[in-house]
Design a protein around this ligand. Structure first.
Ligand code: NAP
Length: 351
């Protein structure tokens, strides 16, 4: 089965996804009878490219990493003139293949989730499936987008939004049927957890943040991490999907971390405790994101560096813990790949 893809956003995550797709090409063909062709790529400052016959994504990644523009790429075969990311989505929608997937990895916009929300809406309305690592659409408009997807018979998937490639949403949807989640509580932002771990050891705030930026783990605007917005977006996404919240990140009671948290983290460590940025919510109450001093026997207190964990309280399985000790771009790219395979597996057969 041939899948045509459009990559909307081609930064750290988008390029790692393109390479992972290339690395797994043979296994995807052998084990899932899936051949993927990227027919368009859109960025904000690095140009756009589109061809009904496919684009060489490795060449495209190398070009962008060298500071070039995708407009300079010579696409294979039938090149299409595209001016905007919406043109690329519209071109994908014209593809005669049965699997058309928009992979959305643009920058998080915490004001209104744009343009990611419009990209996802446009794709779903046009009959394309969507896999995204961008928290915005699910954190701001989950109900609406799921309704559009249901009408059009398409998938709206976003596994990479919380804990990268470690299954959270897919785990609950696919392996916990009829289980009701009552509440969640977790450490879901790697950058702040790394900074807090460094601060309690007496290390420097700026150095710890720079390490997360160098690894491509911090948000493009790192204030989104330290001010708690990234965690608030994840809390809103979790609330919307698992608790039927119907909220946005602006409904989250949010406190971030700062230099003063470093003093607290060191003092807490001297008492044997740990300060962690905790996101939590219950059914029918709004989420809270705030630094919390945790005793050493709290599971979340044991999370060091970029480790994350999410504790789900359920009506059937008691307390379920999902934890991620490592993270990074490959994990997030894998989440997109796993979403792609969720879509593929929903279409049995060869066409
Ligand atoms: N990095 C991680 O570890 C991680 C983990 C989980 C989730 N995420 C989420 O994944 C998404 C991508 O992260 P990233 O690290 O890849 O970010 P990034 O390196 O900053 O890349 C963002 C990409 O989006 C493009 N873009 C921005 N605005 C656009 C627009 N209006 N139209 C078309 N393209 C646009 C950028 O183009 P230009 O470069 O040309 O400006 C760039 O190609 C974010 O939403 C982030 O929150 C990231």
């Amino acid at each position: 089965m041939l899948a045509d893809l459009a990559l909307i956003g081609f930064g750290n995550v988008g390029r790692r996804f393109a390479r992972l797709l290339s690395e797994r090409r043979e296994r995807l063909a052998r084990e899932y009878n899936l051949t993927c062709r990227v027919v368009g790529i859109a960025t904000r400052r690095h140009g756009l490219v589109c061809s009904a016959d496919g684009v060489d994504t490795i060449e495209a990644a190398e070009l962008v990493e060298a500071g070039g523009s995708l407009a300079d790429l010579r696409p294979r075969g039938r090149a299409v003139d595209v001016k905007t990311s919406y043109d690329v989505i519209d071109e994908l929608a014209k593809s005669p293949t049965h699997l058309r997937v928009v992979v959305e990895t643009t920058t998080l916009d915490i004001a209104a989730a744009q343009p990611a929300l419009d990209h996802v809406r446009r794709a779903l309305e046009a009959g394309c499936h969507v896999a995204t690592a961008n928290k915005g659409p699910v954190a701001f408009a989950y109900r609406e987008l799921m309704a559009v997807a249901a009408t059009r018979g398409t998938w709206f998937l976003f596994e990479g939004v919380v804990m990268d490639g470690v299954p959270v949403f897919n785990l609950v949807r696919d392996t916990m049927p009829t289980v009701r989640i009552e509440s969640f509580r977790g450490v879901v932002n790697s950058t702040t957890n790394h900074i807090l771990t460094a601060l309690e050891a007496g290390d420097d705030y700026g150095t710890a943040l720079a390490q997360m930026q160098a690894q491509g783990i911090a948000e493009a605007d790192p204030s989104l991490d330290v001010d708690g917005w990234d965690a608030a977006a994840k809390a809103a996404a979790l609330s919307n999907v698992l608790l039927d919240g119907g909220i946005t990140p602006h409904d989250v009671d949010r406190t971030g971390i700062g230099l003063e948290t470093g003093v607290w983290a060191r003092e807490a460590a001297s008492r044997g405790n740990r300060v962690r940025l905790v996101a939590s919510a219950r059914r029918s109450s709004l989420p809270v994101v705030a630094p919390v001093e945790l005793p050493p026997d709290d599971l979340l207190a044991g999370l060091r560096g970029i480790a994350n964990a999410l504790v789900l309280d359920t009506d059937t399985l008691g307390r379920v813990v999902i934890s991620q000790l490592d993270g990074g771009l490959t994990h997030t790219a894998y989440a997109l790949l796993s979403d792609l395979l969720t879509i593929r597996k929903s279409r049995p057969g060869n066409r």
